[in-house]
Design a protein around this ligand. Structure first.
Ligand SMILES: Cc1cc2nc3c(=O)[nH]c(=O)nc-3n(C[C@H](O)[C@H](O)[C@H](O)COP(=O)(O)OP(=O)(O)OC[C@H]3O[C@@H](n4cnc5c(N)ncnc54)[C@H](O)[C@@H]3O)c2cc1C
Length: 428
């Protein structure tokens, strides 16, 4: 019988799960290494709720592009050379998934998981979670037909889950967003997509969790796990030993080391992103806009315009490489000519939890009977947070609910990273 749950991580994933399990009637404790609202990736991101972008990062041709871009420190995708064995194994695992078959299976799995995402965000509001939530839709804009055609192919399968992408000419796009420059030739209008202020989502989820009786231990890093055979009995965090019936590892990029403490290391590695917020008012937008060739996300929030982009593998700290920020600002200027290239913005970074196959890792940790994992959400953690919480809730409920969710859950099982001999985790 599961009466209590301990969740490690107060990012958007851990909070969505805490909220869901508390509503299911469990006594929930959330333990986090950082202070309240400090979850870096969950606060510093573009805030898009975009089921239309249900695609894994490893894609046919992706690593070829990365190799071509290796020499450019302002490129949107960068693999930093690193001798760390986990990094090398991870990149080899990712390389193995850069093929059409793996990509299409990944798209199918993510689209299925995202099928109820908008409904789940609406339910958050009905439950009294107040956050900055925009329903204006999204534009994907391109300066070349070739890139536009690639994205058209990628978005077409999402019609199955009710998300459409309508092709528009450059002039039709400028009718919707006059700030777009003349070099934008074509694009896709995705009317169902939404965006949020991610900091407001994290804050209000935590507020609602507290109302539901969830206990929070902030500034308490989990450094040890006590087990008795296949059962974890408690975690050690600062001066606390926190017991529970069930443990959920939702620690973003740190889920790898934590799962190692629990006896089964998972290959979760960071994919570093950069961004900055512009309050100058030089450009106004209504839709969220994806600058296609530059891979930059632009998000209009109530009091600022947020720019985010870059996927850098092999870096695991928060240091800011100014060339990356310059790359994003330069792209912004190229697509939105009124956005000034100077002065250079002050920026931030966030570490996306990545897996070698580009799919989240959600479900029971092999070797332990009462540990679940929820991590590896890559570029879709905000979008997938409520759907992930739904899967975890079904797993905890067991019986009919678990059986009904089994097909959706299978592609995300942590078991896929277990070698046939059982102990050594496979990377791909
Ligand atoms: C630039 C950028 C743009 C993005 N844009 C989008 C977007 O538009 N839409 C979208 O859906 N997603 C987006 N993402 C992805 C999204 O931000 C992430 O997938 C998501 O935030 C991951 O959430 P998380 O809760 O797993 O991890 P985190 O937010 O990293 O939270 C993990 C928490 O675990 C805690 N922790 C770690 N180790 C321990 C420990 N040992 N003990 C206790 N606590 C611990 C940390 O302190 C942290 O608070 C973007 C990411 C970036 C970087």
């Amino acid at each position: 019988m599961t009466d209590s749950a301990v969740i490690v991580g107060a990012g958007v994933i851990g909070l969505a799960i805490a909220h869901r399990l508390a509503r299911d009637g469990l006594a929930v404790t959330v333990v986090d290494a950082a202070g309240r609202g400090a979850a870096k990736a969950s606060v510093h991101n573009a805030g898009w709720i975009v089921p239309i972008m249900s695609a894994p990062v490893p894609a046919p041709g992706m690593l070829g592009k990365a190799l071509r871009w290796m020499a450019r420190r302002d490129s949107p995708l960068y693999v930093r050379p690193s001798p760390r064995p986990e990094h090398v194994r991870f990149m080899i695992g990712m390389l193995r998934h850069c093929n059409r078959r793996a990509f299409e299976c990944g798209v199918e799995a993510l689209a299925t998981l995202n099928a109820r995402t908008l409904q789940l965000f609406d339910e958050y509001e009905k439950d009294g979670i107040r956050f900055e939530h925009h329903r204006a839709g999204q534009l994907l804009v391109f300066t070349t037909r070739h890139t536009m055609d690639e994205y058209r192919l990628a978005t077409a399968p999402m019609e199955r889950i009710g998300h459409i992408a309508v092709p528009l000419s450059g002039d039709e796009l400028r009718d919707l967003e006059p700030a777009l420059g003349k070099q934008v030739l074509a694009g896709l209008h995705c009317p169902q997509e939404r965006h949020v202020d991610p900091a407001s989502l994290v804050r209000s989820l935590e507020d609602r969790c507290r109302e539901l009786g969830v206990r929070f231990l902030h500034e308490s890093r989990v450094t040890g796990i006590r087990s008795s055979g296949r059962i974890v009995t408690s975690v050690f965090a600062g001066s606390h030993e926190v017991p529970g019936d069930l443990f959920v590892l939702a620690a973003g990029v740190h889920t790898g080391p934590l799962s190692r403490l629990a006896g089964h290391p998972l290959p979760v590695q960071p994919g570093k992103g950069y961004g900055f917020d512009d309050t100058s008012g030089s450009v106004t937008l209504r839709h969220s806009v994806y600058l296609g060739e530059a891979k930059v996300a632009v998000t209009p929030l109530a009091d600022r315009l947020r720019f985010a982009g870059t996927m850098e593998f092999g870096s695991s700290d928060a240091t800011i490489d100014r060339r990356r920020l310059r790359g994003i600002a330069g792209s912004a200027h190229a697509y939105l000519p009124d956005f000034p290239f100077e002065p250079q913005p002050r920026g931030w970074t966030g570490l996306r939890p990545m897996t070698p196959d580009g799919l989240p890792v959600i479900g029971p940790l092999p070797g332990k009977d009462n540990v679940l994992v929820a991590s590896g959400h890559s570029m879709l953690g905000v979008t997938l947070a409520p759907a992930t919480a739904d899967l975890i809730s079904a797993e905890v409920a067991g019986g009919r609910r678990r059986a009904d969710a089994a097909g959706t859950a299978l592609p995300f099982s942590p078991q896929r990273f277990t070698s046939r001999r059982g102990r050594t985790p496979a990377v791909g």
